[in-house]
Structures are given as C-alpha cells and as structure tokens.
Design a protein around this ligand. Structure first.
Ligand code: GLP
Length: 271
C-alpha cells in the first residue's frame, strides 16, 4: 500500500487529481476503450474535482473517453433533491466537464426493483471489463462507500441500512436534522471496490484520524471495512497531516521517507 501525506487538504486533492490524471493519460483511452473509473461523493474528493474542473477549463484534460460508476446513492430521495448523490455529482463535477451523459453511471435509489438495479450495475461494470481505478473516501467509522461496520468484506452492490454514526455524520447536509437523512442506500460492495485494478482513497481531516490508524496500523477487520485495502495489490491512500494525527510518529516518518526516496519516480511503487 502506498501512503502519501501532504500538509493540507488542498494539496492532498491536487496530488490525487494529478496522480489519477497521469494514470488516465498513460492508459490512453479511446471511445472504444474508455478509462473506467469509480467515483465517490462527499467533501473529501471535492479538491480533486475542483482541480479536474480547473484543468479541463484550462484545456489541459478531457473526459470524453472516461466512463464513471458512482459508489453509492441514497434510497428514496428524488434524483433532483439537492442532497442526492446524483445532484452532488452533476453540481460538483459532471456539469463542468465534457463527459458524455451516457458514460455516467449512478445507482438509481428510486427504482421499483432495487435488487435488480444492484445486479445490473455489477453486470455493466463487468461488461466494460471492470473498473480501472476506484477513487474513494471513507466515513469516520472507516466505511468505504456505504459498507458500514460489519459489512461482508466480499460484498457486492446491494441495499444497505445506514448506521447511526453515518446518519449523524450526514445530517450536516440535511439541516442538521437526523430524521431527514435517508436510512437506506444502494452501495457497491467491498468486493466491487476490491475488483478494481487500482484503488485510491483520499482521507482528510482529524475526524478521520482514528479510521486512518485502524486502516494503516490495524489488521483487516469487517468493523473497519476500508481495512480490506491491505489485501489489494495496487492501493494508494492520500492523506493530509490532520488525518495522520492518530498514527504512530514512526509510521508517519516511515511512509514519508519512502515517498522521499521513491516518490513518483518508481511506477506502481504502491505494490
Ligand atoms: C458518505 C459516503 C462515502 C463517503 C463518506 C465521507 O458516507 N457514502 O462514500 O466517503 O460519506 O464523506 P466526507 O468525505 O464528506 O467525509
């Protein structure tokens, strides 16, 4: 696992945006062979999306041959609700870049048959030949997408009930009112994320520091579903300083030393 630590959230975002863009460039996507990417919502990826938008507007990058699969979506809130993940993605990324609408995939939390939506999502990902790179964030309890503590570590896309902690954390987007937060969501599984050829997780802020400790220094546990990343061949965790606060000083130094020695000079040195 490669751990990259930058001073601020913004620097972490810029590094991550640049790292992923270089992967896309190296892949050389075409209309017939697009780059397939998994994407998250939340405040963590915002600096990444801002940087991609800035670079798109500067004419440096194009998303024409990129296909996206979003990680998750609430059940039972209208697509055009300001807090749906659909709205989030269009407002914060898709409306500002040149990705074709038909390349965008978001789980439909309002469909009559949610199980079918989940099955079809997995089938569609496979039809594309799998996800090349999954970008993700985590919740303070270490969940990836909506794979709450106790989720199966080989889970696939499915309906999940949200934990108290997640409803509380996400109530900041619903006027601080927990009763307005949906209690269920559709989410890719831990197994779905693990199947991606590469996984990049961006984690910023002190409120994620405990989860970072569990993921990096703890063992693999279904109580911290992101810890499954330890078993991925190509995993990168991109952190800001506040997110490292619960790590041992020697762990931080160890990973910073490795970056200093290898940095971007060695391709795939996250192996
Ligand atoms: C939600 C999403 C996750 C996201 C998490 C953290 O629970 N389902 O995919 O990683 O929020 O969000 P934030 O980055 O805003 O802390």
């Amino acid at each position: 696992m490669r751990i990259v630590i930058k001073d601020t959230k913004k620097e972490t975002g810029i590094w991550t945006a640049d790292y992923i863009w270089k992967k896309i460039e190296a892949f050389g996507p075409t209309a017939d062979k697009p780059f397939v990417m998994g994407l998250p919502t939340g405040s963590s990826p915002m600096p990444v999306y801002e940087e991609w938008i800035r670079r798109y507007k500067a004419g440096e990058i194009s998303f024409k041959n990129v296909v996206t699969f979003n990680m998750d979506e609430y059940v039972n809130i209208p697509e055009d609700h300001p807090e749906s993940y659909y709205s989030f993605m269009y407002d914060n990324l898709f409306n500002h870049i040149d990705i074709p609408k038909e390349n965008i995939n978001i789980l439909d939390g309002n469909a009559p048959d949610l199980e079918k939506v989940c099955r079809d999502y997995e089938t569609k990902i496979k039809a594309y030949g799998g996800i090349e790179l999954f970008l993700g964030g985590i919740g303070p309890d270490g969940h990836i997408a909506f794979n709450e503590p106790g989720s199966s570590l080989v889970s696939r896309t499915r309906v999940k009930t949200l934990s108290y902690d997640t409803i509380l954390a996400n109530s900041r987007f619903f006027d601080g009112d927990m009763s307005k937060v949906p209690t269920q969501a559709l989410t890719v599984g831990v197994g779905t994320v693990m199947d991606a050829k590469e996984v990049v997780i961006i984690i910023t802020g002190f409120n994620k520091a405990r989860a970072v400790r569990e993921v990096i220094e703890g063992g693999v546990s279904h109580m911290w579903t992101i810890s499954m990343l330890q078993l991925h061949e190509h995993a990168v965790i991109s952190l800001d300083e506040p997110a490292t606060m619960e790590l041992q000083v020697e762990s931080v130094k160890y990973f910073k030393d490795i970056e200093e020695i290898a940095g971007d000079k060695i391709p795939n040195h996250n192996e």
